[in-house]
Design a protein. Sequence first.
Length: 453
Amino acid sequence: MAGGDILNDSQHLSATLNTWQLWGIAVGLVISGEYFGWSYGWASAGTLGFLVTTLYIATMYTAFIFSFTELTTAIPHAGGPFAYAERAFGELGGYLAGAATLIEFVFAPPAIALAIGAYLNVQFPALAPKNAAVLAYLFFMAINILGVRIAASFELFITILAIIELLVFMAVVAPGFKLSNFVAHGWAGHEHFHAGAVHGMFAAVPFAIWFFLAIEGVAMAAEETKRPARSIPIAYIGGIGTLLALAIGVMLFAGGVGDWRILSNINDPLPQAMKIIVGPSSGWLHMLVWLGLFGLIASLHGIIFGYSRQIFALARAGYLPSVFSKIHPRLKTPWVAILAGGVVGIAAIYSDSLITIGGQPLTANIVTMSVLGALVMYAISMLALFRLRKAEPDMARPFRAKLYPFGPIWTLAGVCICLASIVYNNKAISLIFCGLLALGYLVVHFTRSRLAA
């Protein structure tokens, strides 16, 4: 166990999850990215430029998942990246990976909850979007507290519905698809590739990452998996394949129904694309708006699961107050950790219109903050893989990284490019991110030093 801690039974999470439930978590964590957010990449890079960016990011994530799976199966721990980095690099490495993962998983849910609130507000104008977002938060926190099997089964069910809904969207708009519509002005507003398109492709990186962000959350379920050595590789590989196929399909069909530029700066590209084909009063359109909630719900529910396990693991290892490592005696879930992350998320929801950074509302900035956390964690995890291969060559590795060392090297190169792009285009939020990491480390180091004394 990471850090050499001896854990009693009350500090262990029960192993109850199967392969299908893990696949549901892998896809469900991410699938909201197919519904909104990605179309802003078109505004920067055009359809063709963003397609190239997305395919590049997909190769980075595929290499990452094949490499990350080695760590997840070798060290099946609720802390996921934190546990791998602590074993490889000690306290500082563990802290950086844990804090970066925590930022990723705590800051993503408020943006998704606000999108759910916006969907519900369309159907029920009297229901304020922020109040609807908070109600969604509270509901899915309650499901996660009730038990991991209930939570995972619900996640699988809602994820399958979300996938079906995306397939229905593609089928409904397919008769109006024209490849000429998709490629028109496809290079950052121009018909042909030009130097300015490269800058647009770099600026579009965060929106391509949004297609895959948080799939690594499966690692936080490893401790609760019945047969992690078998189930985790299948869930990861099946998950990344499912998400890539859906991402390409959604982009192609949405961009081919008409002038894609009218879809490039909105939060609901799929309903608007369908409206071009079926008209504003079609029953298909109303179905899409309602069922579009499934993708958002699957991601919100899955990421609440992920952040709770990260808070729990960090508290169990002494990086956070021990109260956050409490497990409910009957339900066997980390209920205090679930509530703690919810408090942060709900506070962010109500602060959305009150706080702006770099001229952008809080929602846009917390998405960027979440992406920064993910990228830092990916880099540390790949470095931990190299370190543990050298320091512990005899460690049991049920799954060994494919194309090692080229896979993790490709991941690291991609992460560096993505970080450079995001920091260049988001200097203020990047400084805040670094400040949070530094302040958090000082607090943790001081607290642990006092306890040791």
